[in-house]
Write a protein that binds this ligand. Structure first.
Ligand SMILES: [Cu+2]
Length: 158
């Protein structure tokens, strides 16, 4: 049955391509991007980051956690990339104060386990403190465990 198998696969690929086309336009129109956010109850900057996501069209599912260290371990956030809150979208982690635009860009990166803004840099979304702006990077963690810079802020010509 090898011939039959091949035909079937080709048809599946076409259906997948069509589905991708349709879901792309649907996300633009009505369907907000849904993201799970895990945070500590007393985290103020986490709530401000959630507000940043909502302002950018995300639908946030809020989870108040008692043990964020355990959550990060479960979701594959390595300690060197850790910040405060940990979000999950489409099976990938989003750690710390990542700008919404980078979460949208993450959907095209099947090579990454997730992205992070380590620490709590001033001037990142949710970390606005009197107009202070620290330079920071958005780091992607590859499936092979390698860090790579996916974006730099404030935006340069990278
Ligand atoms: Cu924070």
């Amino acid at each position: 049955m090898p011939t039959k198998g091949r035909l079937h696969k080709g048809r599946l690929l076409r259906v997948a391509a069509l589905a991708a086309l349709f879901s792309g336009s649907a996300a633009q129109a009505a369907d907000p991007l849904s993201i799970d956010v895990h945070r500590d109850a007393n985290c103020g900057c986490c709530k401000k980051w959630v507000a940043h996501l909502e302002a950018n069209g995300f639908k946030v599912i809020d989870h108040v956690e008692s043990n964020m260290t355990a959550v990060k371990q479960r979701l594959g956030v390595v300690p060197r990339l850790a910040a405060c809150h940990t979000a999950v979208i489409d099976g990938k982690f989003v750690e710390g104060h990542v700008p919404a635009a980078q979460i949208v860009a993450l959907s095209k990166r099947s090579d990454l386990l997730g992205i992070a803004v380590p620490g709590m840099p001033a001037g990142s979304p949710g970390m606005e403190v009197g107009g202070k702006q620290q330079a920071y990077q958005v780091i992607g963690l590859s499936k092979t465990g390698v860090d790579q810079v996916v974006a730099e802020y404030p935006a340069t010509n990278l």
